[in-house]
Ligand binder design. Structure first.
Ligand code: IPM
Ligand code: MG
Length: 360
């Protein structure tokens, strides 16, 4: 089978890590008998430099015409990059938010898994880590504070800024269904995270999630306030299976969850709509400070590519093959700088890609 993949290398370390993911995908294609036809697209700062805007209609259309999108990362250093002299809606991040909305990618799946081999990179104490942990953060991606009305005004010399957090029940229901469906294939537990002791949007969230839960009697549902969840993630991460939460809480909690797995350089992500289509990107940012130095960890992008094979292309065996190759490289003692510990062999971005591809 031949598939059309839109590739958005993006900014910072994006082009380097995407190149390694493509190398690994091509190795998987040779082994498992499929081929990928890549179309490279500009987004974020790379698009601003060429087109003056972070996302063009052509890029959106080309992404829609593909079977899936593989992305690196977008954005630059907010202090030094000229991209941040532009109005907010013209900055790199605006392109990312727009493509999520245009492609209706409302379900962001972020698995956080502690590899046995990376226990030494986990900042938590051994008795907290225990046998490790394995959770999925299901983050709503096209609503809430990110997409509500916002404005900045000045009244009588006093500056004022407003952001709005709004959800309707349909938006909550569709992400909740995705969360319960994923939980059903895992350990059958959903922790719905909100701030229902303060926010109306959270009270609606909780009600709708409870309605959806009635259709999934085999899945256990618990509710947790977001501040408590932030604490529980470092106190006892083993308790979590699927964390279901709104956009902003999911943004924050997924960074925290990634850190307890040892490094944000390990965390993959899939952004899905109602169909098989999805955009796959690492959960981390563009790390402009280490761009072009061949030291970035490509594993989060490689694992995102594996998710692409599984969710969008139904190539489950090839996805599992990539995941096993990553595990094998770690077991063989190879590490990029971010996950390095004593006694391991330090490698660069390209070498890490080669090592994974060689184990497919
Ligand atoms: C993420 C990122 C983005 C977000 C930024 C770059 C806009 O932090 O994907 O988690 O906040 O969603
Ligand atoms: Mg984030």
């Amino acid at each position: 089978m031949n598939y059309k993949i839109a590739v958005i290398p993006g900014d910072g370390i994006g082009p380097e890590i995407v190149a390694e993911a493509q190398k690994v995908l091509d190795a998987a294609g040779r082994k498992y008998g499929f081929s990928l036809e890549y179309q490279e697209l500009l987004m974020g700062g790379a698009s601003i430099d060429v087109n003056g805007v972070p996302l063009t209609e052509e890029t959106i259309q080309a992404a829609k015409d593909s079977d899936a999108v593989l992305m690196g990362s977008i954005g630059g250093d907010a202090k030094t990059s000229p991209w941040y002299q532009l109005a907010p809606e013209l900055r790199p991040e605006a392109g990312l938010l727009k493509i999520r909305k245009e492609l209706n990618l409302f379900a962001n799946v972020r698995p956080a898994y502690l590899y046995e081999e990376l226990k030494a990179a986990c900042p938590l104490r051994d008795e907290i880590i225990g046998d490790g942990f394995d959770m999925v953060i299901m983050r709503e991606l096209t609503g809430g504070l990110y997409f509500g009305q916002r404005h900045t005004t000045e009244e009588n010399g006093v500056r004022k800024a407003v952001d709005t957090l709004s959800y309707d029940e349909k938006e909550i229901r569709r992400i909740a269904i995705k969360g319960f469906e994923i939980a059903r294939k895992r350990r059958k537990k959903v922790t719905s995270v909100d701030k229902a002791n303060v926010l109306d949007s959270s009270r609606l969230w909780r009600n709708v999630v409870e309605e959806v839960a009635k259709e999934y009697p085999d899945v256990t549902l618990e509710h947790m306030l977001v501040d408590n969840c932030a604490m529980q993630l470092v106190r006892d991460p083993k308790q979590f299976d699927v964390i279901l939460t709104e956009n902003m809480f999911g943004d924050i909690l997924s960074d925290e969850a990634s850190m307890v797995t040892g490094s944000i350089g390990m965390l993959s992500s899939a952004s899905l709509n109602e169909t098989k289509f999805g955009l796959y990107e690492p959960s981390h940012g563009s790390a402009p400070d280490i761009a072009g130095k061949n030291i970035a960890n490509p594993i989060a992008t490689v694992l995102s590519a594996a998710m692409m094979l599984r969710y969008s292309l139904d190539l489950d065996d090839a996805a599992a093959g990539i995941e096993a190759a990553v595990k094998q490289v770690l077991a063989d003692g190879y590490r990029t700088g971010d996950i390095f510990s004593e006694g391991c062999k330090k490698v660069g971005t390209v070498e890490m890609g080669d090592l994974i591809a060689a184990r497919i």
